[in-house]
Design a protein around this ligand. Sequence first.
Ligand code: 9WN
Length: 439
Amino acid sequence: PAHAAGAVISEDDLRQQAVDVLDANWQRDHTVPSRALYPHQWSWDAAFIAVGLAHHRPERAWRDLRSLFAAQWHDGRVPHIVFDPDVSERDYFPGPAFWDAPGSSGRPGGLTTGIVQPPVHAVAAREIYLRCPDRDAARLELEWLYPRLVKQQAYLVERRDVGGDGLVSIVHPWESGLDNSPAWDNALAAVPVDLSLLRSHRRQDTQVSVHSHRPTDTDYARYIAIATAYRDGGYRDEELRERHPFLVECPSFNAILAAAELALADIAEAIGADPAPHRDRAEQVTKALAERLFDPSTGMFHARDVRTGQLSPARCVNGLVPLILPGLPEARVRSLLSVAGSPAFGLGGELPLPSYDRTAPDFDRLRYWRGPVWINVNWMLWRGLSAHGHAREAADLRTAMLTVIRRGGCHEYFDPVSGAGIGAGSFSWTAALALDLLA
Ligand code: 9WN
């Protein structure tokens, strides 16, 4: 094991520790995921963090989302990183100079990236609203956010349906949030590797974190090549099929897209807007997912490479995330439950679900999204299990999550064999979601 498992702290001590992490990671108008490794604001992190802040400091939950959406582009995309102008270019790679994105200002050099992350924000906004003691203030926040959330969805649905089948394509592994997941291996194999790209740019992550726990240099060379292609195309989404080297339909990204529509329907109701179009859209995306990304031979969902039309054979945790959709056909739900409970993922055991099939020959217990346990994905699955009425499985998963965090601390990810905390310590979404689990 990377670290010997420590003593288990009490739930009260964990609550205090989580609050301390969120307070320490607050920066002016947003929360950084980790001071050392990720010193800017990340899009899907901000959503998970806001869910936790709703229990601790609701005004900061709204503020975090507001500062993220203040950086929304005119075309509706919400950038995956909003860079802090006070942080040096050297402290995170690739930084704003590499991305050279027009950003929300519409001018070159805007301090954001030009790619997106899964749209968890509507789900987070509904969560904060439901918890907020000050209903009127919360409704005003929702009124500000709602049109922006709608624009975010419109960007994805209208500009990113590259395959033309009602599902959104990601144009970079970073857009999935599951960077080096085996789900992208086949699609990435077609992207040429030029390691000299890394000689001209210095990776900062491997200075701060353990190299063997991070994506490889080969992965990074491909990440840079794909980001460069998108940047040099002016971050345009026209004719991506003809020119872009990486186009994949990710099951968790699309499930989150549909879940966002359901959350938007509730938000619309709360502020007197029409919920019906959101429910329709959620239904359409759920149907497209169930038809296009489900593989009956494995009983779970898989990523589809839009360039070749092939489903990835890898059994990754993103293939279970459609469980968050209440409208998923019952037969699919049963099938996902059986895969989740199989030795590949071990639901019902002592540990939360790993990011990749434990029985796969290339399962790697230390390397990032190729094996380790991540709390944000398990939190989504926990909510999915509850939504489908599987209370016992949901309770087991909650206990497993709280146990690893109480033992290992608010780490970025956990060793799926020993349960030890690995990656960055004092990691914001682990702290935030621990508060939600404890509520
Ligand atoms: C690239 C911030 C982010 C998370 C992602 C996680 C990791 C970044 C990186 O950190 O990605 O976006 O530098 O590795 O994979 O899910 O949002 O916590």
